[in-house]
Design a protein around this ligand. Structure first.
Ligand code: ADP
Length: 205
């Protein structure tokens, strides 16, 4: 766990309950944590899901790896330590969204199992639903897609420590959902996510 630096701080309990927020919004907040190789389809699926949810009157918000690194986490790189802090901060931000009643959809490679487990714990402690989604395409498929040309650069040695090439991707042991994007269309993947949200009874207060 991360060290608590500040002392003499006290948690101030609000008077609005989580249940009141859920009633207001007609849904429950949660984190949908998408993990997988670069190019596996996380952002594509996340944004398609966000669109469908909004069309249904649900409140969802996507957090995307590169976007967050432009702002909130611009002071972090790709060392193991920085990757861990990157994921911890995203986990905390998603937790706030979930507590506010929003369906937080995060789209980060998040290659290390321990980092993902830490985020799962953060949410568990706060009694907030956490759905780990393994967005799975074999490396060869992700590399063939190479939507940002990053695998090409990594193979040429222009990017060091690239997940799947010279940095490991640790597959989830027991994700709540496993989506094979080399076998399913984007629409089918989105449907699986919607089914999961329904199963967890998150689309109603
Ligand atoms: P990531 O966010 O995991 O790095 P992206 O979503 O940015 O991946 O890129 C995935 C690429 O693969 C996109 O160009 C997308 O159009 C393509 N693609 C092809 N088939 C699928 C599928 N079934 N699901 C998701 N993406 C797919």
């Amino acid at each position: 766990m991360t060290e608590q630096k500040a002392t003499n701080i006290t948690w101030h309990e609000g008077t609005v309950t989580r249940s009141e927020r859920q009633q207001n919004l007609g849904q429950k907040g949660c984190t949908l944590w998408l993990t997988g190789l670069s190019g596996s389809g996380k952002s594509t699926i996340a944004m398609a899901l966000e669109q469908v949810l909004l069309q249904r009157g649900k409140h969802a918000y996507c957090m995307d790896g590169d976007n967050i690194r432009h702002g909130r986490n611009k002071n972090l790189g790709f060392s193991a330590e920085d990757r861990a802090e990157n994921i911890r901060r995203i986990g905390e931000v998603a937790k706030l969204f979930a507590d506010a009643g929003i369906i937080a959809i995060t789209s980060f490679i998040s290659p290390y199992r321990a980092d993902r487990e830490l985020v799962r714990e953060l949410n568990k402690e706060a009694d907030l639903p956490f759905i780990e989604v393994y967005v799975d395409a074999p490396l060869a498929v992700a590399e063939e897609r190479d939507p940002k040309g990053l695998y090409k650069k990594a193979r040429a040695g222009e990017i060091k420590g690239f997940t799947g090439i010279d940095d490991p991707y640790e597959e989830p042991d027991q994700p709540e959902l496993h989506i094979r994007t080399d076998q399913l269309s984007v629409a089918q993947a989105v449907q699986q996510l919607l089914d999961s949200l329904e199963q967890h009874q998150l689309l109603a207060p």
